[in-house]
Each structure stands twice: as C-alpha cells, then as structure tokens.
Design a protein around this ligand. Structure first.
Ligand SMILES: Cc1ncc(COP(=O)(O)O)c(C=O)c1O
Length: 403
C-alpha cells in the first residue's frame, strides 16, 4: 500500500499557491483607535473592517463587557444544554428576536457555526435539497456538505434560476438559502421573488443577513424587513454579532418549532462551550444602540453616497451596491495586490480580495465604510485610490514595453 504523503501534498499545494501569487498573510494589528489601526509600527486609516456602525469600541458596549466580566468571569464554563446557558444569553436572544419581529432566537459562537448548524439539523436526509445563490458565503456552501444533502446553485440574484434548480430536483425536503447583503459584492438578494419561489416549492427560506442587520432596513432590521417580509415568508434568518454589532457570535431567529429543533438537535450548537456571558452583555448593549441610533445609519448612507459620487468622478470601477460594502473592481490579482500596497504606502489599509474568494478575473479592493469615518477620510481614500491606479497602470505599461 502506498498512501499519498500528506506533508508532500501540502508542500506542493503551497508551492502552487506561491507560483500563483496566492499566499495569504495575516496583518497584525497592534492597536486600534476607531477606524485607525497600528500595523507594523505605522498608523493607517482602515477601510476594511465590518464594524459598520462603529460599535466595537463604543463606550456603553465596552462598559457592559467589563461590568459583566467582573461579576460573571471570563467564560461560560459549559455548553448551553449542560450548565452554560446564562441569563445574559437568554436576554440577548430575546432582544434580537424582538428587534427583528421573530418569536425566538438561538445564540451561537459564530455565524459560520450557526450556518453549519441550521442545515445539518434541518436537511438530514440524503435526498434533501439545498438551493443556493452561487455567490453565497463559504459557510453556507460547506454547511450543505456537512448536512450530506444535495446542493444546487443558481446564478447570482437569479430567482428564476433558483426555480429551475428546484424543478430539476422535485423530491426531498428543501431549503432556499441566500446571503441578504452579499459579503464580497455588497448587493442585496431579491428576497421578494425568492420568497415566492420558496412558497411555490414548499421550501424553507433561510436568509444569512450577516452584513444587512444593523445597516439595512427600518431601524436596521435587515434585508427581509426592508423588503416587507417577516417570519411567515422568511422562517429563519442569521444575524451575526461580529459585524455591524461590533462583537462576536451570532443569533439565528426563526419560527418557534424550527428554533426548538435546532436547540435540541444541531450538533454545532450542542457540542460546544457557550459564549462567555460578558460577551453576550456587550452584544446586548450593542443591539440596543443599533436599534436606537438611526443617526449611525444616516451617516453611513451619506458616506456611501459621497464615496460613490467621488469614485465615479475619478473613473474607478464601482459595483452595484448601496451598502457599506463598496468593492472596486481591479480585474487581475497582480493589479489588486499592487493597488492595495500602494494604498498602504499612502496610509490606508484596504484588503485585496482574490480568487478563490471571488471568481477568476474579478479581484477587487473590498472597501468598507463605517459610521466612524469622516467625509475627509473618504475623500482622501478616493483620491489615493485614483493615484494608486495611475501608478500601477504606468508600472504595468513600462513592464509590458520591457517584456
Ligand atoms: C455572509 C456571511 N455569513 C456568515 C459569516 C460568518 O460569520 P462569523 O464571522 O460570525 O463566523 C460571514 C463572515 O464573514 C459572512 O460574510
């Protein structure tokens, strides 16, 4: 017997990634102060955080964390079904469910884990079907693999494409699953059309609104509420606590029977330690602020408008997004890497997003805006991006002449 050597395999894969320029490196943030981050000894203005409402360092949120930690300690000590379920977890679940107008919520350690849990618990038979937008988040696609159900994907935002996928597989219990706001594109799923497809196909519609809740819709209640949909059309939704809410974790809100089933059977829920109660206290404070502070969303809307107008004037390639996720398309990977490096030289941290996270030829700078940015910072970013584009184009031109 000759098994493949795992060490050899991973070395070969790393070599390949290196040849393709796809090695991923982490940037270590030494300190943060609002949208400013200290990286490698330099303070940069960050435009790649998902802290859209600026709540992660907000005074009341941090005070709630400190206060609860001083009383309850650093950890929950056990899983929810053993003895780790704390009154602060319960209060957070109720607050999020009430905000979105759902009967019940269930708290998870992260959005990734919550997505695994939902499909694993609901699509348990081999013939079950999960129909998903082609650009859904990786955790939603992986979840279908974990569940062992059939996965069918439809072209981005194409409700008719979703219908065709259902018709091609008419047996088995089914879910229709979509991001609310798409994480790498910033556009929004056509939820009204998708809810009709789900109803006609007797499928449960699950909306992962990781990037929508807090930002989109009335009182920041997310994409479904913005489309006038509630629990009867969207029986399950994911709310993450690590993006607009500035903390960590996630709450799945939904119909009572679905949530109860998740709490009693979802393996990623049952077999893991509950979130530290202090973290739940911070998230609870953040949710209250997100519900109340319309001014944060109004400020974001103004910054998004300013960014788009100004990027258009400079001839930068925008995508069709009205949300704080404002990707600038660069095309190939070397261009986006060079643009990101040039922006860093100019004092801005903007992440380059490359395949396989996005399709080939669609590499982009994923600019994200926060209510903490100032109009001045946005203006300076756009100016610096236009200059970076000109520098990179010139360098590429010279290199092509030399070749
Ligand atoms: C659409 C979407 N769903 C789920 C997740 C995972 O959430 P979390 O970061 O809480 O694990 C993300 C985060 O990147 C996301 O963008």
């Amino acid at each position: 017997m000759a098994r493949p050597d795992l060490h050899e395999r991973i070395q070969a894969l790393r070599k390949l990634r290196s040849a393709q320029g796809r090695i991923r490196v982490r940037r270590t943030v030494a300190r943060r102060d609002g949208v400013r981050v200290e990286v490698d000894g330099r303070w940069l203005t960050g435009f790649c955080s998902n802290d859209y409402l600026g709540l992660s360092q907000q005074f009341e949120v941090v005070a709630a964390l400190q206060d609860a930690a001083s009383r309850e300690g650093a950890g929950a000590g056990a899983s929810h079904l053993i003895s780790g379920h704390h009154a602060l977890h319960e209060a957070l679940e109720r607050e999020v469910a009430d905000w979105l107008g759902y009967p019940r919520g269930l708290l998870f350690g992260s959005g990734f884990i919550a997505n695994l849990a939902v499909q694993q618990a609901l699509l348990s038979e081999e013939e079950d079907l999960c129909v998903q937008d082609r650009l859904n988040h990786a955790s939603l696609l992986d979840a279908s693999r974990l569940a062992g159900c059939r996965l069918r994907r439809y072209p981005h935002l194409d409700a008719e494409g979703a219908m065709r996928q259902f018709k091609s597989a008419p047996e088995g219990a089914a879910m229709l699953v979509t991001d609310g706001v798409f994480s790498m594109d910033g556009d929004i799923a056509p939820l009204r059309s998708l809810s009709l497809v789900a109803r006609m196909q007797e499928a449960v519609l699950y909306v992962d609104d990781a990037h929508g809740v807090g930002v989109v819709g009335p009182q920041g209640r997310g994409c479904a509420a913005d489309a006038g949909l509630g629990v009867s059309e969207v029986p399950l939704q994911l709310v993450t606590l690590g993006k607009a809410l500035g903390g960590h974790g996630a709450v799945v809100v939904g119909e009572e029977t679905l949530i109860q089933h998740l709490a009693e059977t979802a393996r990623p829920y049952i077999y893991t330690t509950a979130m530290p109660p202090a973290q739940a206290a911070a998230a609870l404070a953040a949710v209250k602020l997100a519900r109340r502070d319309d001014w944060r969303r109004e400020k974001l809307t103004a910054l998004i408008g300013q960014f788009r107008d100004s990027a258009r004037r400079h001839g930068l390639e925008l995508m069709a997004s009205d949300t704080p996720i404002q990707p600038l398309l660069c095309g190939d990977e070397s261009t986006v890497m060079a643009m990101s490096a040039s922006l860093e030289n100019a004092g801005f941290l903007v992440s380059a997003i490359r395949p396989p996270t996005v399709p080939e030829g669609k590499a982009r700078l994923r600019v994200t805006l926060s209510a903490l940015h100032t109009p001045q910072q946005v203006m300076e970013l756009v100016d610096a991006t236009a200059r970076a584009r000109d520098i990179v184009q010139r360098q590429q031109h010279v290199a092509a002449l030399r070749a």
